[in-house]
Design a protein around this ligand. Structure first.
Ligand SMILES: O=C(O)c1ccc[n+]([C@@H]2O[C@H](COP(=O)([O-])O)[C@@H](O)[C@H]2O)c1
Ligand SMILES: Cc1cc2nc[nH]c2cc1C
Length: 355
């Protein structure tokens, strides 16, 4: 399959985890001063990190959250509890530092960048905001494809370049975050298309639609799948037909980060949908995903399970922006620090177990 030279090279650079680093980390976990396995998921996380970073004792050198915004023509079908003008308004909130992701990224010590991938209005250029508009909102997926194939390629390339910039600046723990009124609708369509799950089982209330709104949203998503007939085994086809600009850029961020041997922290439902697209383009990428949390959106867990991922946290969150990912970053870092900083039984003079 050929997408574009940059996308093809990026996908080709994503291979299986570093087996020697995994084996070394596993062996070290076995001799640290604790009953074997007692640090639970911190242990498996540290071993996964070793494999991803290619380091027997992995070290997090920098954390980054790339927040990507885009609008959705399907919002005109009344699928959201909020109006589309919230998308640009929140972009300015991100740049000003006042959104939840700003607070949580500061807490995690993560660098934030904000990208306009497809907000429906022109945004004033300003420091801290990258304008990389692929279009003025994705087209209404209930009536036809979200975007052209060229747009989908452009989305992936923007994301890959953004991840490369963060990796160049020293980050090796990278998350995407999303902002886009209406984007739980394409995310549900993507999740249904890729996993084969029924639309009703992957559709939630998003920002908070009522019962009637939820029924109408399910009908809209069914229509989008009927009209577009996406091939769920083909990530490009899914992105083009029922995706969105920020979702495509997020898929690119994940591919770009994985290709640089960075760990990819997957946020909520929209990031999960982007992760499914990247996974269809490159099945090996799933080993480099760390699922941060389980969103309230029911489709999130369906997508994570399809990729064999189990989320670290369940905080009953459904915000997006990368908030769940930022919240999980200190836990991921803690896993690496336990492996690096704990003494072994021999070093500490602590008696070993029987075997
Ligand atoms: O990340 C999640 O799990 C999540 C779940 C529900 C809603 N959101 C956010 O809410 C917006 C989409 O909701 P909606 O109802 O407009 O489709 C969008 O900006 C997302 O970032 C995010
Ligand atoms: C206020 C607001 C903030 C958000 N952040 C991500 N999605 C959002 C949706 C709304 C409505």
């Amino acid at each position: 399959m050929t997408i574009s030279p940059l996308v093809d090279q990026t996908i080709a650079a994503i291979g299986p985890l570093d087996a020697a680093a995994v084996a070394a980390a596993e062996a070290r976990q076995g001799v640290l001063t604790k009953p074997p396995g007692s640090l639970g998921r911190l242990e498996s996380l540290s071993i996964q990190l070793a494999g991803i970073l290619g380091q027997p004792i992995p070290q997090i050198t920098g954390k980054a959250v790339i927040v990507v915004a885009g609008d959705h023509g399907v919002a005109a079908e009344g699928v959201s509890a909020f109006p589309a003008e919230v998308t640009p308004q929140m972009v300015f909130n991100f740049v000003a530092g006042g959104a939840a992701i700003n607070a949580l990224a500061r807490h995690a010590g993560a660098n934030i960048t904000v990208i306009d991938a497809g907000v429906a209005v022109d945004l004033d250029p300003q420091p801290g905001l990258t304008i990389a508009k692929v279009g003025y909102g994705a087209a209404n997926i209930a009536r036809g494809p979200a975007m052209s194939r060229e747009d989908a390629v452009r989305c992936l390339e923007i994301g890959i370049n953004a991840a490369n910039e963060q990796a160049d600046a020293g980050a090796n723990l990278i998350a995407g975050g999303d902002m886009g009124i209406g984007n739980t609708t394409p995310s549900a369509a993507i999740t249904a298309a890729v996993t084969g799950a029924d639309v009703a089982s992957v559709t939630g209330r998003g920002t908070g639609v009522d019962d009637a709104g939820l029924e109408a949203k399910i009908a809209t998503i069914r229509r989008a799948l009927e009209v577009n007939q996406p091939d769920g085994s083909d990530g490009m086809d899914v992105l083009t037909k029922v995706g969105g600009f920020e979702i495509g850029v997020l898929a690119g961020v994940m591919l770009g980060a994985a290709a640089r041997n960075c760990a990819v922290v997957v946020d909520g439902f929209i990031s999960g949908a982007a992760a499914l697209i990247a996974w269809r383009l490159c099945p090996d990428i799933a080993q480099r995903y760390i699922a941060a949390h389980r969103s309230v959106e029911p489709g999130h867990n369906v997508g994570l399970q399809a990729m064999g991922l189990s989320p670290l946290l369940d905080m009953e969150m459904r915000l997006g922006e990368g908030t769940g990912a930022a919240l999980a970053m200190p836990i991921v870092e803690a896993a690496a620090k336990c492996l690096a900083e704990m003494a072994t039984f021999t070093e500490a003079g602590v008696s070993d177990g029987d075997d």
